[in-house]
Design a protein around this ligand. Structure first.
Ligand SMILES: [Zn+2]
Length: 254
């Protein structure tokens, strides 16, 4: 059993064949999916989609969308976080790589959502690019943030250790299978497997075997195989542990 803990299946790239994509995922052993809905325009579509069995949802305002976020969006988010299928808030965070929203606004919107996570006691799904040090400072100054995952971790092994010490899990995605990802493989090797989650981030970041194509939950088996190889354990063992990690973090029943 496998949980894809980070999918964007509400993306228009899946409009033509969403049912087939789900079928392939379930055939590949993926029995649960967490849909990440981080653009307010897509929240309703994600809400509809997550009514299906074994689909869970996380709502939030992505740092790319920070500048557009309105008071109305926050009111709606406050409602969505009460839904029983909502297992997390996110992805929220900082993106200083693309800088699509001014950094000051990204920080404000992130902090506002941290407050909402605390209010609703929701797991954090954090997006962070080229801002790992600042994120550490913000979280350390923010006394009691909820548990969470640093999604699609791409920082250094040293930063990985700090996040794990701070109580976070690390999300590992398709790039762990790329030829040039030695640093990420080092992170996966040095981090206790009880702190790793597997994700696709589909339609983005297809594993090496499908690189350049649209990613989908069924391809998560490539990432899981790589984790098993790095940890020198069987595929089944790696699946079992990462599955349990996800159930615990998102408080999902068997
Ligand atoms: Zn994502």
């Amino acid at each position: 059993m496998i949980i894809d803990t980070h999918a964007h299946l509400t993306d228009a790239k899946f409009d033509a064949d969403r049912q087939e994509v789900l079928k392939r995922a379930f055939d590949a052993g993926v029995n649960k999916i967490i849909e990440i809905s981080c653009e307010p325009e897509l929240w309703d579509k994600s809400g509809e989609f997550s009514k299906k069995d074994n689909i869970y949802v996380s709502y939030g305002i992505h740092p790319h969308e920070a500048e557009k976020a309105s008071e109305k969006d926050f009111e709606k988010l406050d409602e969505l976080l009460r839904d029983e299928k909502t297992v997390a808030i996110g992805e929220i965070g900082l993106d200083y790589h693309y800088d699509f929203s001014p950094r000051k606004i990204q920080r404000e919107i992130f902090l506002k959502q941290l407050d909402m996570a605390v209010k609703h006691n929701k797991t954090l799904i954090i997006h962070c690019r080229s801002a790992y040090e600042e994120l550490i400072t913000i979280l350390k100054n923010y006394k009691s943030y909820p548990k969470g995952v640093i999604h699609c971790f791409s920082g250094t092994p040293e930063q990985a250790k700090i996040y794990v010490e701070m109580g976070f899990m690390l999300g590992i995605d398709g790039p762990v299978t790329y030829r040039k990802s030695d640093k990420l493989r080092q992170v996966a090797a040095e981090t206790d497997i009880s702190k790793l989650l597997i994700e696709t981030d589909c339609p983005y970041l297809a594993p090496q075997k499908f690189r350049g194509q649209r990613n989908e939950p069924a391809y998560i088996v490539e990432t899981l195989s790589k984790i098993a190889e790095i940890k020198n354990i069987s595929y089944e063992e790696a699946a079992k542990i990462t599955y349990q990690n996800a159930l615990n973090l998102f408080e999902i029943g068997e």
